[in-house]
Design a protein around this ligand. Sequence first.
Ligand SMILES: Nc1ncnc2c1ncn2[C@@H]1O[C@H](COP(=O)(O)OP(=O)(O)OP(=O)(O)O)[C@@H](O)[C@H]1O
Ligand SMILES: [Mg+2]
Length: 261
Amino acid sequence: MVIVRNPPWPGPQAERQSPGPRVKLGSLIPTMAPGHPYVRIADLTVVYRSGAGHEVEAVQSVTMDLPRGRFVALAGPSGSGKSSMLYVLAGLLRPTRGTVSVDNNDLTSMSADQLARYRCANVGFIFQSFQLLPHLSAWENVALPMIPLGVTASQRRTRACKQLSSIGLGARITHKPGELSAGEQQRVAIARAVINSPTLVLADEPTGNLDAANAALVADEMERLVRDLGATVVCATHDERVASRAQVVARMDHGRLVEQS
Ligand SMILES: Nc1ncnc2c1ncn2[C@@H]1O[C@H](COP(=O)(O)OP(=O)(O)OP(=O)(O)O)[C@@H](O)[C@H]1O
Ligand SMILES: [Mg+2]
């Protein structure tokens, strides 16, 4: 049994690492025929081992396929394994057992370097705890993922401000995270995750701190990514207002997939 990370994510510093040039893994490995599932998860198991030697089986033998270009809600009570599933799909956590492939790329057999390139080229991750850099302004946080892509400084600022405006934060672009409400920080994290038009958006409770109007804005943004960019959005949520707008709902309980519709 191999446990890779505890805690399971590398934090904002690792998020900032330059993963090198933008390379679509699909260009390295041929993509399967249309209709082939975009995400294939087989017998996925994640076991955490705490310092005291206790083991928690956070994800238990989950097998599931997800289609390309859909808005998928990952629902389930607290502690049911939703975040752990998202970390695995992001290549931030290696599973204890099982396989995960995204667009026919087997994440479980990739090196750390390949996983970093996969994330940079394909994934936008909205962390449950935001993971914004406190010394940078809202627009600078949103602009960060464009740096490894070689986007000019003025273009970075223009695009970041436009993205923030579209999510209702046009008047907060120069504020630092500590000067923003929790809901505003959450929206900055969302803007940062989608700024490079990722093909796979992994959203961890993206409406957890938002009122109804702003939760609806976030759901609108998820739908736009799917409709206009063909992205696949997997959104862990307790929020039935968000789940009801998803095209696929996968429900987890105690680490197991109990329903998919
Ligand atoms: N780093 C860790 N070390 C040990 N146990 C962990 C660790 N991270 C999560 N767990 C345990 O794994 C289980 C699943 O956690 P996970 O965060 O995936 O659940 P979740 O469905 O996202 O919950 P929530 O809705 O509260 O965010 C929980 O019982 C949790 O206590
Ligand atoms: Mg969680």
